[in-house]
Design a protein around this ligand. Structure first.
Ligand SMILES: [Zn+2]
Length: 238
């Protein structure tokens, strides 16, 4: 019975691959049996930043003079039209959430070798706007954070940092009130849990860093909190 099940499963997989060939999510070439999501070439050649080995790196500098962070990194250099952009596009807009989990798990192994990152207690994803969550079906930052938590000592902390939902009456307020609203986009539900902890805030891409900055502003007043940042990719420093 079991063997029959395995046989049917293999046949089904063969048929699915016949109609939907498994391709590399970065370069589009067909994958061989042992490869998952990325081909061996992309696995080796996608441009890694290695910023986690370099404390004062370009991603950390993005936050200089804005908010105090301990360390920051991104796994890949992001260039328009490059394979990292393809990879992120397949992840965010084509519904392939396992891409983020894989990148997170692979990156987590490397971050555990860095003294800056191996002490992380909690991995916190940037919350997605509920409308986008509904549209996409998953939060890309949460999938990346989940992958990281598979290989790092830190735990995934989802739903503690939340995005406030503003009612329509609030959007009709004065300009000053609106400014206050924007600066309160994010809120921490259980700050006590994060007291004295090293948190790693994660997002898919860091460009201007403004979303990350707004999240960090919601976290920074927690007593003795240590804040670090990680992303899948960043165009900074290329
Ligand atoms: Zn490839």
């Amino acid at each position: 019975m079991n063997r029959l099940f395995v046989f049917i499963e293999q046949e089904f997989r063969y048929l699915t691959e016949l109609f939907y060939p498994r391709v590399c999510m970065a370069c589009g070439k067909s994958l061989i049996k042992s490869e998952e999501i990325l081909c061996t070439h992309c696995e080796l050649k996608l441009p890694k930043t290695n910023y986690h080995l370099w404390h004062e790196n370009p991603v950390k500098k993005v936050f200089d003079g804005r908010v105090d962070i301990f360390s920051a990194t991104a796994r890949y250099h992001y260039k328009k039209g490059g394979n990292v952009q393809n990879l992120l596009h397949n992840f965010k807009y084509r519904g392939n959430s396992s891409i983020g989990v894989k990148i997170g798990a692979d990156f987590g192994h490397e971050l555990m070798l860095s003294p800056d990152f191996k002490t992380v207690d909690y991995i916190i994803p940037v919350p997605l706007h509920f409308k986008k969550l509904k549209l996409r079906g998953f939060n890309q930052s949460e999938r990346f954070a989940y992958g990281l938590s598979q290989t790092m000592d830190g735990n995934l902390e989802n739903n503690n940092l939340v995005r406030n939902v503003f009612t329509e009456t609030q959007t009709r307020k004065s300009r000053w009130d609106r400014y206050k609203n924007v600066s309160n986009i994010f809120e921490v539900k259980q700050p006590d849990k994060l007291r004295g902890k090293h948190i790693l805030l994660v997002d898919d891409v860091i460009t201007t860093g403004s979303t990350i900055e707004a999240c960090l502003n919601a976290l920074k007043d927690i007593e003795k909190i240590k804040m670090s940042v990680a992303a899948i990719a960043s165009p900074v420093g290329t």
